[in-house]
Structures are given as structure tokens and as C-alpha cells.
Design a protein around this ligand. Structure first.
Ligand code: ATP
Ligand code: MG
Length: 391
């Protein structure tokens, strides 16, 4: 790698546990990393990603560093990453780089450290034990406030002797999880709310690729509400390496529901209709499950009884990664992902067509299925899907 370049080292997360599958996971991780770099216009900029066998590196010219770091912050499957100090393979240069690293760690409030070393180039005059001892001593002497603690150090200075010498400490947290594309694809029911984008993020963090569907009730819901969902999908897509989003007009379906059942049942019926439509779409697109942002008992439609009604006619698994999460936790994650500010923009949801004053709270599945069948929505749902738009 070029000496004037910045080199980043990436620490793979859970995928290192995957035994025989590890190589496959690493291949997907590399593919995703290269794609994230390419999406930031870094192809042909002198930026290179390489790795395998549990080690991943990106090197880039200094001006590309902010975009590389942004890419690393969107990569599932790494537990951490760090910029390295790279230097020539001479003992004095290596010790000086370790002292610089120690000084920086001290400046960031660290008070204890240890050194770990790896040597792929066996011609380097010190072996890894020798590196640990010499570098430890050099840092201790140069930075008196930093003491060696081999058991539970606050910081670990890592040394790698490869084609050059690299010194770093794993300072930046990664997104963890598994590389997107290693766990099939799911269809996310994406509303304009806070929860569903976070639910999609959670599934993506388990390696799942995402398609998404948004049901709107134009003209009762506005074009702005639709734009908001497009924007949310775009933010999510930066982590999932693209999302195919369908927007489906549900006004007729909703009107039929409104006309056909008692008011208190309309919300449950709408959920069932969304599930039916989503399942049909998933079968066309090859998604293996449906994903929603439901969180138990958050609102009337999310009691365990009403969740059962919603999914009672669906054969695909319905995954609800937030079912046990509380709102604060969800909001915290939404802020981290970057969806929160968009989610709270004040545009109405399609449920505005009917928000019954006293919705059924504990719907019985048999009763719900009975009403739902009477509504005979299949034709209307097929029409809605046919007229839906893909983005
Ligand atoms: P969110 O914040 O995700 O909108 P919510 O707390 O508002 O959720 P509900 O309105 O009951 O709760 O929606 C529950 C889930 O149903 C949503 O998380 C989403 O997965 C799905 N959903 C609701 N409305 C829509 C919609 N218009 N289009 C697609 N999916 C929807
Ligand atoms: Mg909502």
C-alpha cells in the first residue's frame, strides 16, 4: 500500500464465529465494503479494500478519508475499525509510532494499556513477544500517566508487521451484526413512523436484505407523506446497499373496510389487508418474510391478540424485531441511524381514514377472520398492487 495513504483496519465481528461458513461471510463483507466505497464515488480514487482470513484493510489518499469513514459507519459485520499509523519496518520507527499512539490515547483519557503484536513478516528483527515488551516500555517511559495493565487495560495498542508496520487501537465502534446479504431478503412494511425504519435496520443487522412497501391513502394522505417514506427508505438503503420500495394506494381497500365492518374493527381489518397485500408482493419479489415495526402494546393495534389477528391469514413468517423494545430504546436507535428527524415530520399516516374512538383491543382471531372474509378484499388488493409504483 502507498506510504502517503491512510490505512484503516477493520475488525470483523460475529462472522468470525461462523466456522465453516466464515469464508462465505467474509466474501459478502468484502463485496459490501467495495459497494459502499463505490457508492461514495471512490472507485478509481486510489482507494483499495482488501482482506480475508479475519483481517480487512482499506487504504486511501487522505482526501478520501471522510468518505471512507462514512462507508465504514454503514457496514454491518464489523465490530470496530481504526485508522492506523503506518511506518517503515524499522524498530525505531515502530516504537515512535507506538509512542504517538500512546500519547493520543492518554489525551483521550486512557490511563492503562497493553500492547498486542502480530508479525506476518518474519524477517522483522523483533518477534511478537519482543515487540510487546519494547513497545510497552517505550510508551510507558514516554507517557508516564499511562501504565501497563495486561489483564484489563483501558486501551490496547495493536502492532502488525506486514508489508509495512501498522500501529492502531480499535477506537471506533462498528455496526456489528452480520453482512447484509447473508440472510435472505425480507419485505419491510414501511410507514412514515419512527418504528418501522428501525425494525428494518434491526433485520438488516442480522444480514437480511430488504424490500419495502408503503401503503398510502391518497388524497387523504398527502404527497409529502409519501416523500417522507421515500426519504426514510433512502436512509435505510445506505445500510442495506439498496432497497426496492413499492408504494401502493390503499384508499379503495380502506373505504371498503370502512363501509363493511363496525367501526371498532376497522384497524384490525386494515392490518389484515396490509398483511395480505404484503404477502402477495413478497411472493412476487422473492422475500422470505414480512417485517413490521410493531412493539407489544404500544398502541391498540399492537396487543398480542390484535397482532395475532393481523397475521392470522399470512403464511410467511411475520418478524417483529421491536416487539420487546420500549419507545425510548427505539428512538435512541432511530437517532443513531439517522431516521428520527425524518420520521417525526408532521405528515399523516394512512390510518387517518379511520381512527376509531374505541378500537377493539383484544380481537378474537375467529371473529376477525369471519369479518375479513365477508369484506372480500382480494380483488381490490390485487388491483392496488397492480397499480402500485416501484421506486
Ligand atoms: P410506525 O412508527 O412504524 O409507523 P406505529 O407505532 O405508528 O409504527 P402502527 O401504525 O400500528 O404503529 O403500525 C405498526 C406497523 O405496521 C408499522 O411499524 C409498519 O410496519 C406497519 N404499517 C403501519 N402503517 C403502514 C403503512 N401505511 N404502510 C406500510 N406499513 C405500515
Ligand atoms: Mg405508524
Amino acid at each position: 500500500m502507498n506510504a502517503t495513504h491512510i490505512t484503516y483496519i477493520l475488525k470483523p465481528g460475529e462472522l468470525s464465529l461462523k466456522g465453516g461458513n466464515r469464508e462465505g461471510f467474509e466474501r459478502v463483507l468484502m463485496r459490501n465494503l467495495r459497494k459502499l466505497l463505490a457508492l461514495r464515488g471512490l472507485e478509481g480514487s486510489g482507494t483499495r479494500a482488501e482482506g480475508g482470513g479475519g483481517r480487512f484493510f482499506v487504504s486511501c489518499p487522505p482526501e478520501a478519508a471522510p468518505r471512507v469513514e462514512d462507508a465504514l459507519n454503514h457496514l454491518f459485520g464489523i465490530s470496530g475499525w481504526a485508522g492506523t499509523r503506518s511506518c517503515e519496518k524499522r524498530v525505531e520507527s515502530l516504537l515512535a509510532a507506538c509512542v504517538d499512539e500512546g500519547t493520543e490515547l492518554y489525551g483521550r483519557g486512557m490511563r492503562s494499556f497493553k500492547v498486542e503484536a502480530r508479525r506476518t513478516d518474519k524477517t522483522f528483527p523483533l518477534d511478537s513477544y519482543g515487540i510487546r515488551v519494547r513497545a510497552g516500555d517505550a510508551v510507558r517511559e514516554a507517557v508516564p500517566g499511562l501504565v501497563v495493565d495486561v489483564r484489563s487495560p483501558q486501551a490496547v495498542i495493536q502492532v502488525e508487521i506486514r508489508e509495512r508496520a501498522y500501529v492502531y487501537s480499535m477506537s471506533r465502534p462498528g455496526l456489528r451484526g452480520l453482512p447484509v446479504g447473508t440472510a435472505g431478503r425480507g419485505l419491510l412494511l414501511l410507514s412514515g413512523g419512527i418504528d418501522s425504519p428501525v425494525a428494518g435496520f434491526r433485520m438488516a443487522s442480522r444480514g437480511m436484505g430488504l424490500d419495502a412497501v408503503y401503503f398510502h391513502a391518497f388524497p387523504y394522505t398527502s404527497e409529502e407523506a409519501r416523500q417522507k417514506v421515500l426519504r426514510l427508505a433512502e436512509i435505510l438503503a445506505a445500510y442495506t446497499l439498496g432497497i426496492r420500495l413499492w408504494t401502493v394506494g390503499f384508499t379503495e381497500v380502506q373505504q371498503r373496510i370502512k363501509a363493511g365492518v363496525r367501526e371498532e374493527w376497522t384497524t384490525v381489518m386494515l392490518r389484515m389487508a396490509m398483511m395480505e397485500a404484503a404477502e402477495k408482493l413478497a411472493r412476487r419479489t422473492g422475500a422470505k418474510c414480512l417485517v413490521t415495526g410493531d412493539s407489544l402494546s404500544q398502541v391498540a393495534s399492537q396487543t398480542v391478540e390484535n397482532l395475532s389477528c393481523a397475521e392470522s391469514l399470512t403464511r410467511l413468517p411475520v418478524l417483529r424485531p421491536l416487539v420487546g423494545a420500549d419507545k425510548e430504546e427505539i428512538i435512541r436507535l432511530a437517532r443513531t441511524i439517522g431516521t428520527y428527524e425524518t420520521s417525526i415530520l408532521p405528515y399523516e399516516d394512512c390510518c387517518v381514514l379511520f381512527s376509531p374512538a374505541h378500537p377493539v383491543l383484544r380481537g378474537g382471531v375467529d371473529e376477525a377472520v369471519g369479518y375479513y372474509r365477508q369484506l372480500d378484499l382480494a380483488g381490490e388488493i390485487d388491483r392496488a398492487l397492480k397499480n402500485g409504483a416501484r421506486h
